[in-house]
Design a protein around this ligand. Structure first.
Ligand SMILES: Nc1ncnc2c1ncn2[C@@H]1O[C@H](COP(=O)(O)OP(=O)(O)O)[C@@H](O)[C@H]1O
Ligand SMILES: O=P(O)(O)O[C@H]1O[C@H](CO)[C@@H](O[C@H]2O[C@H](CO)[C@@H](O)[C@H](O)[C@H]2O)[C@H](O)[C@H]1O
Length: 468
């Protein structure tokens, strides 16, 4: 079969992709609109990353951005990397977008390219070379050294995006639901790495979708971050795995929890230094409190089991707003600052290396929030509250509630030791942010893991009782 000519690619491709994606997309973990019917699909961009033909199959490696319309939510843009074969090898059958024989695109079967080591090796080769291919722009840190012969493998971790590990050297995260603006995972990891922080997996190369080269004075749109290649941390264990093992054996994980608290404080200090930070005035605190109250209302409408606690939980936000109105602050610090934060910090986002050093990953923020909101400076206590929730999750998941209190305290002590701010002296802030996180979790669990909903619900019951 001759390769499709470039000018024929787009209409032919969309016709073939349309019926396949309607079945395939809702089965992907990263698909955000599960349960809703799929309306119009629009091909936003298609780029032949490697020309068709040759040893890489009739389609080469095709990069696609597709807009998906669904009722009740703004259109989502998803990133796809596609390969095609007349007859899929057995190792790729599970990656097929549809039936693995007699595919509809010029007789080819389309498949999800991250599963194909031949194609992901090509992607790594492309990342080595800064510059553009069509509307895709590739950038590499000048210090990056790419050793040859790194074997790619698709990561099997439970995750919101798709990652490919190269040898034991790099991990490439391909963002699946993308939107205009630099993804904070790239922005913050890069800022921390350039500041010399040892608490981050340094980005070495990344790629984005950018506008066509300017034809005149038209302003360029924001780049869309599509993928980031970072240092891989071989032999590391994630905090969730370590903590749940400790819960199960009623172990003592306090030294690690304290070290994680210190790591969090170090990251906060480095981010405050590298990126804008400012003191919040009363009006800003009131706005934060009313945003939390709005999220509570929205969640109560969707998750009926939190309704009995809603009125009592709102008092946590009222107290936060009063803190703003009184011009006061969260205690010892004498004021509340806002700075760039991790945004979705939990035990699964911390990796402990064989040397015992904690590194934080996945600075993307809460995936359900709009990008602009995720990039906004926020009080660092937001991350602290996220991690406290995670200790509570680990304990309740393992049926050992008392484990949580000891380890939450050790984490807070570690954080206070390095930051000089003891969150235990900021009960109003901690309670408001912990409540907000548990409300977010109730919605997350109701949507993705209903069996886990009792975990945030028990926290909301506790927080409604007024105890932090
Ligand atoms: N730099 C790294 N080194 C080793 N493993 C990593 C690294 N980054 C991520 N991982 C592994 O991949 C998993 C998913 O990464 P994460 O950034 O959380 O992806 P997602 O945003 O898609 O959820 C992590 O839980 C961890 O197991
Ligand atoms: O890791 P992601 O960025 O995809 O974050 C989402 O998924 C997390 C679960 O995988 C979810 O975290 C919640 O469950 C964790 C245990 O699985 C627990 O440690 C966290 O404290 C709890 O919030 C996270 O909220 C969500 O955004």
């Amino acid at each position: 079969m001759p390769p499709p000519a470039r000018r024929d690619l787009e209409p032919g491709l969309l016709n073939s992709l349309d019926p396949l994606l309607r079945g395939w997309l809702p089965r992907q973990r990263w698909f955000a609109g599960k349960g809703l019917p799929i309306g119009r699909l629009r091909l936003a961009q298609a780029t032949e990353l490697v020309p068709p033909g040759g040893r890489l199959g009739p389609l080469g490696l095709l990069h696609v951005l597709i807009d998906v319309e669904q009722p009740g939510r703004p259109a989502d843009c998803y990133q796809l990397l596609l390969g095609a074969h007349p007859l899929l090898p057995s190792s790729l059958v599970r990656a097929a977008l549809g039936p693995a024989v007699g595919g509809p695109y010029d007789g080819l079967t389309l498949y999800d390219a991250p599963h194909d080591p031949q194609l992901t090796a090509v992607l790594l080769d492309r990342l080595r070379l800064p510059g553009r291919t069509g509307r895709l722009r590739f950038t590499a840190e000048p210090t990056a050294a790419f050793p040859p012969g790194l074997t790619p493998r698709l990561s099997t971790a439970e995750q919101s995006n798709t990652s490919v590990v190269y040898g034991d050297a790099y991990i490439l995260k391909l963002f699946r639901r993308v939107s205009p603006g630099t993804n904070p995972d790239l922005e913050l990891s890069l800022a921390l790495a350039r500041a010399g922080s040892r608490r981050v997996a340094e980005p070495v190369a990344w790629f984005e979708a950018v506008d066509e080269p300017s034809q005149g004075s038209a302003p360029a749109g924001e780049p869309v971050t599509l993928g980031v290649l970072q240092r891989f941390l071989p032999g590391s264990s994630d905090g969730w795995t370590l903590a749940t093992a400790s819960v199960a054996g009623d172990g003592d994980f306090r030294a690690d929890a304290a070290a994680l608290g210190r790591a969090t404080a170090e990251v906060h200090a480095a981010l405050a230094e590298a990126l804008p930070a400012h003191r919040l005035d009363g009006a800003a605190l009131e706005r934060i409190a009313s945003g939390m109250a709005r999220r509570l209302e929205e969640t109560a409408a969707e998750v009926p089991s939190i309704r009995p606690y809603a009125a009592a939980l709102r008092s946590a936000y009222d107290d936060l707003a009063k803190l703003g109105a009184s011009g006061g602050a969260g205690g010892a610090a004498g004021g509340v600052t806002a700075q760039r934060v991790h945004g979705d910090l939990h035990l699964g986002q911390a990796l402990r290396g064989p040397d015992g050093v904690w590194v934080l990953i996945d600075f993307e923020g809460e995936p359900a929030r709009p990008l602009a909101e995720r990039r906004r400076p926020a009080p660092p206590v937001q991350d602290v509250a996220g991690m406290l929730r995670s200790f509570d999750y680990a304990a309740h998941h393992g049926g050992n509630g008392p484990w949580a209190a000891r380890h939450r305290d050790a984490y807070l002590a570690g954080y206070a030791e390095v930051s000089g701010v003891d969150p235990r002296e900021q009960p109003v802030l901690i309670r408001a942010f912990e409540t907000d996180k548990a409300v977010y979790e109730a919605r997350y669990e109701a949507r993705h893991r209903p069996d886990w909903l009792p975990i945030p619900l028990s926290a909301l019951a506790r927080l409604a009782g007024g105890t932090a």
